[in-house]
Design a protein around this ligand. Structure first.
Ligand code: HEC
Ligand code: HEC
Ligand code: HEC
Ligand code: HEC
Ligand code: HEC
Ligand code: HEC
Ligand code: HEC
Ligand code: HEC
Ligand code: HEC
Ligand code: HEC
Length: 325
């Protein structure tokens, strides 16, 4: 009983704290919304932070954040906060500092709050951000986005993977492998499969499943097929890896091993077994390999299950039950 009351009490306190912090947040957000966003308003800051500053600052006027004719456009203080103390004494820090190299860098939550004043709902909404893998792990908008650069690396398909590579080393290694999507060429950027701002699907995928994501470009693999191959319908990554592989085309393993990882019956288990085949021997049945030849090269040819099972993604042929046509 006593325990229960205490639990309730804690709940109430927590609720109160949440309400209090939310109202503080809203307070500071509305304070941000009230800043003078005009060019004149910016002059409070550009008095010092102008062409002479060590890094380009005024370049922001060449970006979407500099279109002053658009009344939704931020001013310096929309992102950096009113920064009253900094205006009085420039050796004190502004309210919100983004610079990755600055010792005064604000927390991810503070930095994100300033972007989200506009981007949570009113301007190009990032509605799935809250609770997303990136948000939960303390990644900030400005870990990927730049504000003062005329050209943002992350928005250019060719340079985008470099931004992700700062944190995702494994995927960066994969996209340099022998068999891969044309990611480095900018034809299939990371963001063509992932919505890094949050998604309903697993692994931040743009669709609710791996297959639906793949079908956005490989529609022909969806079928419908008269004869479906169960692992294809289930998940393309049963056989493929999306980022890159040493086995073409984007396979997790070489073909006989790949098939054998699931099939172990009859001739499937042994490359030279003719079990349940009309001609009695896999290698002779393909007709490419002289009987008895065991040279590695010859084996390489003979080994391909795909030589006979060529419609591995599904077949619409009346006699295609074993994916041979
Ligand atoms: C009187 C000149 C002056 C004005 C006005 C001024 N700043 Fe600064 N600001 C500075 C100086 C000097 C520094 C470098 C301070 C240091 O390195 O210790 C600085 C640093 C900064 C930094 C980098 C902070 C860091 O720790 O990396 C930001 C961001 C910044 N200012 C934004 C603003 C904004 C926004 C305004 C307008 C609200 C503004 N400043 C107005 C002089 C000024
Ligand atoms: C005061 C409102 C406001 C704030 C604060 C704000 N933005 Fe924006 N943002 C805009 C507007 C307006 C646009 C232009 C939208 C359009 O063209 O549809 C924009 C566009 C963008 C774009 C698209 C750029 C492009 O070239 O297509 C990105 C990315 C972006 N903002 C990121 C951010 C980030 C990151 C922050 C925080 C550091 C931020 N914004 C803070 C209003 C804001
Ligand atoms: C992990 C890197 C990453 C993070 C973190 C990130 N973004 Fe983005 N953002 C991108 C990429 C990549 C694109 C371009 C492709 C796309 O739209 O998905 C983009 C596009 C945008 C756009 C313009 C395109 C559009 O859809 O209108 C806006 C606005 C934007 N981001 C705002 C934000 C805000 C606000 C945050 C923080 C709450 C944020 N981003 C966090 C990588 C990121
Ligand atoms: C859309 C949000 C946004 C707006 C608007 C904005 N900034 Fe920034 N500012 C940033 C971000 C993010 C950085 C970190 C560097 C980068 O991404 O370019 C930054 C960095 C800075 C720096 C530090 C640069 C350094 O020396 O490392 C200064 C100074 C600065 N801003 C001043 C200004 C001034 C002055 C204005 C108005 C003309 C302004 N900012 C408008 C987001 C913004
Ligand atoms: C500042 C570091 C950082 C950057 C930059 C970054 N990420 Fe992430 N990313 C993380 C962290 C941390 C996680 C969560 C932990 C994890 O799953 O590795 C994550 C998670 C993910 C996930 C989900 C993984 C899962 O298991 O659900 C995907 C997909 C992803 N990031 C893609 C991207 C893409 C694409 C980019 C570039 C546009 C990018 N990230 C840029 C740090 C980053
Ligand atoms: C062709 C679609 C596609 C592209 C392009 C793509 N991914 Fe993925 N990514 C996936 C799929 C599907 C998964 C989930 C299945 C898996 O983990 O193999 C995934 C998983 C991930 C994960 C989670 C890995 C894990 O171990 O859980 C990260 C991180 C990631 N991708 C980052 C990236 C980055 C960074 C890029 C760009 C360099 C990128 N992806 C490009 C489809 C793609
Ligand atoms: C944004 C579009 C897009 C998406 C989404 C996509 N792909 Fe691709 N895929 C391509 C392009 C483009 C190629 C290269 C075609 C070419 O070179 O002719 C390709 C090639 C391939 C190849 C052949 C690679 C080779 O070496 O020949 C495989 C296998 C593949 N994709 C599997 C997948 C899988 C599995 C998924 C889902 C995880 C997926 N793709 C999602 C666009 C996409
Ligand atoms: C049972 C294993 C397996 C599964 C599951 C699978 N594939 Fe494949 N896929 C292969 C093999 C093996 C090849 C090579 C075929 C060849 O060389 O003739 C291939 C080739 C491809 C190719 C390139 C050649 C072509 O046919 O266009 C694409 C694209 C592709 N697969 C996409 C997909 C997609 C999308 C899915 C999920 C819907 C998927 N695959 C599921 C085994 C599989
Ligand atoms: C992830 C596991 C998996 C992989 C990998 C896989 N398969 Fe299958 N395969 C299955 C399942 C499950 C069935 C359906 C079995 C059933 O209905 O009894 C099937 C069915 C088949 C059938 C039809 C069998 C029948 O009895 O009608 C053939 C032929 C076949 N697969 C060949 C292959 C070949 C060739 C490969 C390699 C390219 C391969 N499979 C890779 C799981 C897999
Ligand atoms: C020489 C052509 C050929 C090669 C090579 C071949 N198969 Fe078959 N496979 C067949 C034929 C024909 C059938 C249908 C037999 C039947 O109808 O009873 C079949 C049937 C199957 C079946 C269905 C099992 C059954 O009893 O019906 C599976 C699973 C299978 N093959 C897997 C494989 C795997 C895995 C490989 C590679 C190690 C492979 N096959 C190589 C021709 C071949």
């Amino acid at each position: 009983m006593h325990k229960l009351r205490r639990k309730k009490m804690h709940k109430l306190i927590r609720l109160f704290l949440i309400c209090a912090s939310v109202s503080v947040l809203f307070g500071s957000l509305s304070a941000l919304a009230q800043v003078d966003r005009s060019l004149e308003g910016d002059q409070k800051c550009t008095l010092c932070h102008n062409e002479s500053w060590s890094t380009p600052i005024l370049t922001i006027y060449q970006t979407k954040h500099g279109v002053k004719a658009d009344e939704r456009t931020p001013g310096c203080q929309s992102c950096h906060g009113a920064s009253a103390s900094h205006l009085g004494d420039p050796t004190t820090k502004p309210d919100v500092v983004f610079g990755a190299k600055s010792k005064n860098i604000s927390s991810a939550v503070e930095r994100n709050a300033s972007c989200l004043t506009c981007h949570e709902s009113s301007v190009r909404a990032r509605s799935h951000w809250a609770g997303s893998q990136h948000e939960r792990h303390g990644v900030a908008c400005t870990d990927c986005h730049e504000a003062h650069a005329v050209k943002q690396k992350v928005l250019d398909p060719v340079t985008q993977p470099q931004v992700c590579a700062k944190c995702h080393k494994a995927e960066d290694a994969q996209i340099h492998r022998f068999s891969r999507h044309p990611i480095l060429e900018g034809k299939v950027p990371c963001s063509s499969c992932h919505n890094v701002h949050g998604s309903d699907g697993p692994k931040l995928l743009i669709k609710e499943s791996v297959n639906e994501t793949c079908y956005t470009c490989h529609a022909e693999k969806r079928g419908p097929f008269l004869w479906e191959h169960a692992p294809v319908v289930d998940d393309c990554t049963n056989c493929h890896t999306p980022h890159g592989s040493n086995f073409s085309p984007l396979l997790k393993m070489r073909s006989p091993m790949l098939c054998q990882s699931c099939h172990s019956g009859d001739h499937a288990k042994n490359l030279y077994s003719g079990a349940n085949l009309p001609n009695g021997d896999v290698t002779t049945a393909i007709g490419q390999i002289p009987l008895g030849s065991q040279s590695p090269a010859a084996q390489g040819n003979g080994r391909s299950c795909l030589a006979c099972h060529s419609t591995i993604h599904g077949s619409n042929h009346p006699a295609g039950a074993k994916f041979q046509r």
